[in-house]
Design a protein around this ligand. Structure first.
Ligand code: DX5
Ligand code: ZN
Length: 222
């Protein structure tokens, strides 16, 4: 990774203890997390339901962390404003989440938020070629979305490398985030392929020591 791009570790709240969300967010902030990744699942776009804007809003005053909100919702447009109002710093949506990706991204930017696009394992890198001027982040799924604790799909590594090239050629300062199955065993390969931002759910929140878990991922990424 070049010196200009610092590594961001974004623990996913999906793997936290939902009965103690406020404490979990405080603990992960103390443990050295850079961002908080918030997985929003609608039971339609993905076969699971997590939590909505009211939970994001309730957590917002308790944390200074950058809120990286991953919307797994379709159709998504109706929910962009509620998550912006709830305190998201970045809102990422899937290429398949609505009929007009460009328009949805324009809406996120018009609300003063950073915008991200998410690629499912089967979604090609070319699908974002004409929105690079509108986005702050590309998120590559290295599992099929819907659940934490799944196995990392190594077949996504060439796609990560291809997106790194597209981003560098675009000249836009777009972050390249990876989500799914990130552990100290997989972090090195994704960063070598060009990633600069790593989501980790189970690998952090299932650990007894959150700070050690984050630091193990950081070390593996070097
Ligand atoms: C899956 C979510 C992920 C999930 C990752 O749909 O987008 O953010 O929490 O969990 P792990 O790190 O356990 O694979
Ligand atoms: Zn996610």
């Amino acid at each position: 990774m070049s010196a200009s791009r610092s590594l961001v570790i974004a623990p996913s709240l999906l793997a936290a203890d939902f009965a103690r969300l406020g404490e979990e967010v405080a603990a992960i902030e103390r443990a050295g997390a850079d961002w908080l990744h918030l997985d929003i699942m609608d039971g339609h776009f993905v076969p699971n339901i997590s939590f909505g804007p009211a939970v994001v809003k309730a957590l917002r005053p308790h944390s200074k962390l950058f809120f990286d909100v991953h919307l797994m919702i379709s159709p998504v447009d109706l929910y962009i404003q509620p998550f912006a109002d709830a305190g998201a710093d970045l809102i990422a949506l899937h290429v398949e989440a609505g009929p007009h990706l460009h328009r949805s991204l324009q809406l996120i930017k018009s609300l003063g938020k950073q915008a991200g696009v998410v690629l499912n394992p089967a979604t090609p890198p070319e699908s974002i070629a004409h929105v690079l001027d509108l986005i702050d982040l590309v998120l590559v799924m290295t599992v099929n979305p819907g659940f934490g604790g799944q196995k990392f799909i190594a077949g996504q590594l060439p796609k990560i490398a291809q997106l790194r090239q597209m981003i560098d050629q675009s000249g836009h300062g777009i972050r390249l985030e990876i989500d799914g199955g990130i552990t100290p065993a997989t972090a090195g390969a994704v960063v070598a392929a060009g990633a600069d931002t790593l989501v980790a759910g189970t690998a952090v929140f299932a650990a007894a020591d959150y700070a050690a878990a984050i630091s193990d991922i950081r070390k593996a990424a070097r």
